[in-house]
Design a protein around this ligand. Structure first.
Ligand code: UGA
Ligand code: MN
Length: 256
């Protein structure tokens, strides 16, 4: 299958570092088609250059889709106060629905730009069957070392060990599942929404395409962690700010 990896991204000082890290995983997995969707009015040369230097032009798509202002995080908003990545993931889903057909073999994965992904995770995604959603554990999320699906003795998923909002229909992180492409063609209404409560984006898309007992457990029957919900610290740029006020810069003409 082709694995369509959807990455919403936005400009901030660590953006190039994050995307460089991700690009090296994509380079190692030949059947990934990487869809980068920038939260901006236009695509950027930073992303174009990065794809070129990684040799990924042929198997990537660069889009832009700006988050509507009323839903965009402002300066001191806590990061969980508004949903992130909604507009961007929906733009990518639209692109996928328009540029693939229902008979293509494919898998769709939501690959946020700040997490840490093992190459082995993509080998697991290759095992996802037609009309199914693959699931696996995610490290360092939901206040736990690992959030994971729970299986019964017939290896059917019966629930999750989530501690945070366990009442959600699908209490798992965006990094913990991937969807067989045919399901997205069969269910055109499966999209993300700004209207749902915090923590319900995953449930919002999954409720259209699957039910709990149909989930396909991967990563050694959900006993292995191959992706981590890491979050990058915001760098302190106090000296840069002083330079800026003096009309100077440490990075004139340098893309950082
Ligand atoms: C958690 C989940 O891991 C996300 O998949 C989910 O979208 C988010 O909660 C949510 O509930 O909305 P978290 O680590 O808190 O994620 O979110 P970020 O990593 O900050 O953002 C998720 C993605 O959206 C990233 O790829 C990020 O680059 C992108 N993003 C973030 C934008 O495109 N624009 C923004 O203004 C902020
Ligand atoms: Mn994140």
């Amino acid at each position: 299958p082709t694995i369509f990896a959807i990455t919403p991204t936005y400009y901030r000082p660590v953006q190039k570092a994050e995307l460089t890290r991700l690009s090296h995983v994509v380079m190692l997995v030949p059947n990934v088609h990487w869809i980068i969707v920038e939260d901006a009015d236009h695509t950027s040369s930073l992303v174009t250059n990065l794809l070129q230097r990684a040799g990924l032009v042929e198997r990537s798509t660069q889009l832009s889709a700006k988050t509507p202002t009323q839903f965009k995080l402002q300066g001191k908003d806590p990061n969980w106060s508004k949903p992130r990545g909604v507009e961007q993931r929906n733009a990518a889903l639209r692109w996928i629905r328009e540029n693939t057909s229902k008979d293509d073999r494919g898998v769709v994965y939501f690959m946020d730009d700040d997490n840490a992904y093992s190459v082995e995770l993509f080998e697991e995604m290759n095992k996802i069957q037609a009309e199914r959603v693959g699931v696996w554990p995610v490290g360092l999320v939901g206040g736990l070392m690992v959030e994971k699906p729970i299986l019964n003795n017939e290896n059917i998923v019966t629930g999750f060990n989530a501690a945070w909002r366990p009442e959600r229909p699908f209490p798992l992180d965006m990094a913990g599942f991937a969807i067989s492409l045919d399901l997205l063609h069969k269910r055109p209404e499966a999209v993300f929404s700004f209207e749902v409560e915090r923590g319900y984006q995953e449930s919002e898309i999954l409720r259209h395409v699957t039910v709990l007992k149909e989930l396909q457990p991967l990563a050694n029957l959900c006993k292995e962690v191959l992706v981590w919900h890491t979050r990058t610290e915001k760098p302190k740029l106090t000296e840069e700010e002083k330079l800026r006020k003096a009309g100077k810069s440490s990075f004139d003409g340098i893309e950082v």
